[in-house]
Ligand binder design. Sequence first.
Ligand code: 5GP
Ligand code: MG
Length: 172
Amino acid sequence: MSQRPKLLITQKKINEAIAKLAAEIRQDYQGKQPVLIGILKGSFVFMADLIRELGLQVEVDFVKLSSYGSGTRTSGRVKVIQGLKSSIKGRDVLVVEDIVDTGLTVSFLMNNLQKKKPASLKLCVLVDKPSQHKVPVTIDYLGFTVPDKFVVGYGIDWNEKFRQLRDICIID
Ligand code: 5GP
Ligand code: MG
């Protein structure tokens, strides 16, 4: 992989997208106190910006998942490394994910969370690669659609590198 990330989505575009997402979410969750569940590690920067833009009383929790296999593609066999600290039974739950590729990771998590009987369960994704989906995924709030490229930055890494970038970039 080239070590030189190429600009794909600027910080300004990201901020605009988050403001738009936050406005939609704020509208839909008026008077509610949703639990936002971030998928570690990639979603932590997105989560941090999203909750500050939301202006809602929210609770935040994180799960850490791993998919077996190597390289830049998920194998589809997902394992929970760190589960929820809070109970979500009867709660309005919004899952916050950085990027959806095959959809296997979020699909696994949504099925898993649904079993815990939340009052509602929705999905907010910053970057989607719809051409790569292997399973149907319903994204309720979406920031960007991108082609099948490997992206980094804004919390998203390649081998733990590039998370600190303010923009979303491509490496190839
Ligand atoms: P999926 O299960 O949808 O195939 O993949 C989900 C996970 O694979 C993401 O949460 C992310 O960790 C990783 N992933 C998928 N596409 C990319 C990408 O373009 N860049 C990076 N850094 N990770 C990706
Ligand atoms: Mg992720």
